[in-house]
Write a protein that binds this ligand. Sequence first.
Ligand code: PEP
Ligand code: MG
Length: 328
Amino acid sequence: EREQLKALRRVPAVTRDGTNVTLQANLELPRELEAALEAGAAGVGLLRTEFLYMNRDDLPGEEEQYAILRDLIQQMGGKPLTARTMDIGGEKLATALSKHFAEPANPALGLRAIRLGLKEPKLMEVQLAAMLRAGAHGPIRILVPMISSIAEMKAVREMMGIVARRLTRRGIAIADPLPPLGAMIEVPGAALSADSLAHACDFFAIGTNDLIQYTLAIDRGDEQVAHLYDPLHPAVLRLVQFTVQAAARRGIPVSICGEMAGDPRYAALLLGLGVRDLSMAPGNLPLVKRRVRALDLVEATRRAETIMEQSDSGRIAALLDDFNEAAG
Ligand code: PEP
Ligand code: MG
């Protein structure tokens, strides 16, 4: 079994009927890249940059962030990097920032991610500068977490333009053309307005971890309600489907990068809903690839249609189990 999974590293992620699927890695630390490439990742679909801010009393500067991103891109040998601006705030508030901000009444609903980034533009500008500069060394996309409105997206794009012009004026090399700028779809309101949000985005990355948390009002870290945290809840699936359809209508790429994307049980459903790009913890890549390679996409699409008519997530799970078992 282990040998079988190992052999999967070098074969393409293609369905039985010949559709290519992009399987990428989520990284929390740059040093995880090696394992990701080893497991055959097509790229890094989500680089969480929170590590830059943790366990220190100061803030990471532009040079430091640039050097880390540049090294990463250089090790990737032309494979694409999707770098996410910091998702700090709430309980993940960095020491260097915690002095400046009041303890949030509700961390999950408070000053977090892009909300913090727009309140403290310097934080964003430093990150955008580092990312634009790293993009001179290889393909990069910039991803913004916790987007809930088109106004936030426009503000980030404007900021990116200003930072780019400033760097260019100083004769510093940056990505040319400017990198694609995308939104995490992880707030239900963003998912429900995905069709209009798409006008301000070059791509979407659906973050199912937070999307499930906020849709079902279940704290993703709270043991006492963990049994209610349900990726197959019809409401979650409808938001995913609506987002995928909106992206297709507007002609922008969409990926899924929550834990759901790394679970082979869900791969058939996500592909059946039209997703062609999944990003996951490196360790999950072989199992998901195996499921993709056993998949008949026409059948998966038909099954997904049936699943989307269901109102009970237990029934949905049973239908999905049936389909997965039939594939062996
Ligand atoms: C998500 O919310 O699904 C996601 C990928 O982001 P994070 O887990 O870092 O919040
Ligand atoms: Mg998230």
